[in-house]
Design a protein around this ligand. Structure first.
Ligand code: GDP
Ligand code: IMO
Ligand code: MG
Length: 409
């Protein structure tokens, strides 16, 4: 089967960008199927560095095709900026990068609302303020503006009215200033003109690729515990970063995906608010942050750090149907010199094997820790709990810093 999905098993930033770049050498195309510029996927390859936000992370390989699917949300300014920067590094992307007309546009008022909601909230989510929540709210509220609309100005001019009226009331209710209709309209039409060569029906495109025998990667952004259904709700993102998200967000039949690679860090990090049972507030957290360089690739915020949470990884393996585990940042634990992980939780005297589906329990559970003599022993504990092999271990940020392990199951 042509498709391999790559997904994060924690709260994002597991090293998916590096993993996509590493695997892309054996693939012909990479598809992003959800999320938007909230993602930050860092890739270091042969002395080159690029932080991908919207464009698929495999594109440093010059013959890899990039596809941005219908499930994504596109910030026009961020996209044009990234397109310019990446083209400077790898040459023109026309004919190699494709954007589906059904992807939704992140409007300036969505970013404004994201910031206004966060500022007004008494318990903010700690979003990236990239407008992700409001854009997907409008997608489901049937008020969204899509990439394809920007290429049909007459339709756009009519169709924008409903979205504009609703969002104007929201923005003003929160004390913000709504840009004018004309201003937004001409900005969208201008965007449409600039992206015309990249816009294509990606369903048809994938069919053509499949017929040619192409192998295709599905690049998850964020992580399983940021999923709108399976994450630590409401401290989640507004999309489906799990493998199932690739079917609805990429337009890919489930039976065509026969390999699902689950990426996890040898410890745990989280950016933004929300529960984090194995978080380390003291010196260990500080050392993990410094050794691991744990600062956001999108917002530069320091990431919260703590021990590996094996129940989280094992449960995410179930949700995603993981076939291969890919561990990252083992070099960071090696430098720390402590191999500790949670193997279960105590909830009021009851032992839990998996994270609880009740939001309230996440604040109450006490992790049960185990120490291991080596990184290998820690990975074996993950394999036992997840029932899936760790096939690759990343030990540095460079493309080649990957150790392949024997598959035994
Ligand atoms: P993503 O969002 O899942 O793609 O992850 P990010 O790129 O946001 O964060 C992962 C960070 O760790 C990036 O700076 C990577 O370059 C870096 N990284 C990835 N794998 C390794 C590794 O094995 N060791 C070290 N030291 N750094 C790594
Ligand atoms: P990558 O793809 C880590 C987090 C935000 C916040 C929550 C909601 O690089 O792994 P949003 O802006 O999406 O509404 O924020 O989700 N978040 C991420 N954390 N990595 C990401 O992406 C993230 N994308 C969103 O910090 O807690
Ligand atoms: Mg990231």
């Amino acid at each position: 089967m042509p498709y391999t999905a790559i997904v994060g098993l924690q709260w994002g930033d597991e090293g998916k960008g590096k993993v996509i770049d590493f695997l892309a050498k054996d693939y012909d195309a990479v598809v992003r199927f959800q999320g938007g510029a909230n993602a930050g996927h860092s890739v270091y390859a042969d002395g080159k560095f690029f932080a991908f936000h919207l464009i698929p992370s495999g594109m440093l390989w010059e013959d890899v095709v990039g596809i941005m699917g219908p499930g994504m949300v596109i910030d026009p300014d961020a996209f044009l900026r990234e397109l310019g920067e990446l083209s400077e590094m790898v040459g023109p992307l026309e004919g190699r990068l494709f954007l589906d007309p059904r992807a939704h546009i992140v409007m300036p008022y969505h970013k404004l609302e994201d910031a206004l909601f966060e500022a007004a909230a008494d318990r903010p989510i700690g979003t990236t303020r990239r407008g992700i929540g409001p854009t997907n709210r409008d997608r489901y509220g049937r008020l969204g503006i899509r990439v394809g609309d920007t290429l049909r100005p007459a339709y756009l001019k009519e169709h924008m009215r409903r979205a504009y009226d609703f969002n104007r009331r929201v923005v003003e209710a929160y004390g913000g200033e709504m840009p004018s209709y004309e201003e937004l309209y001409s900005w969208l039409v201008d965007f449409g003109e600039r992206i015309r060569p990249y816009v294509r029906d990606t369903v048809e495109m994938l069919d053509e690729l499949e017929r040619k025998g192409a192998r295709i990667l599905l690049e998850g952004a964020q992580g399983t515990y940021l999923d709108i259904n399976f994450g630590t709700y409401p401290y989640v993102t507004s999309s489906h970063p799990i493998s199932g998200g690739a079917t609805v967000g990429g337009g890919i039949a489930p039976w065509k995906i026969d390999r699902v690679v689950g990426v996890f860090k040898a410890y745990t990090t989280r950016v933004g608010e929300g529960p984090f049972p194995t978080e380390e507030h003291g010196e260990v957290g500080e050392r993990l942050r410094e050794i691991g360089g744990e600062y956001g690739a999108t917002t530069g915020r320091p990431r919260r750090c703590g021990w590996l949470d094996i129940p989280m990884v094992a449960y995410a393996t179930l949700i995603n149907g993981i076939t291969d585990l890919f561990a990252t940042k083992m070099d960071v634990l090696d430098e720390l010199g402590i191999y500790r992980a949670a193997v279960g939780y105590d909830l009021g005297g009851r032992r839990l094997r998996y994270p609880s589906p009740y939001s309230a329990d996440w604040y109450e559970v006490k992790p049960i820790y185990e120490d291991y003599p080596s990184g290998d022993a820690l990975l074996e504990a993950v394999e036992r709990a997840a029932g899936v092999d760790v096939v690759f271990v990343s030990v540095g940020k460079d493309r080649d810093a990957v150790i392949e392990r024997q598959k035994r199951r």
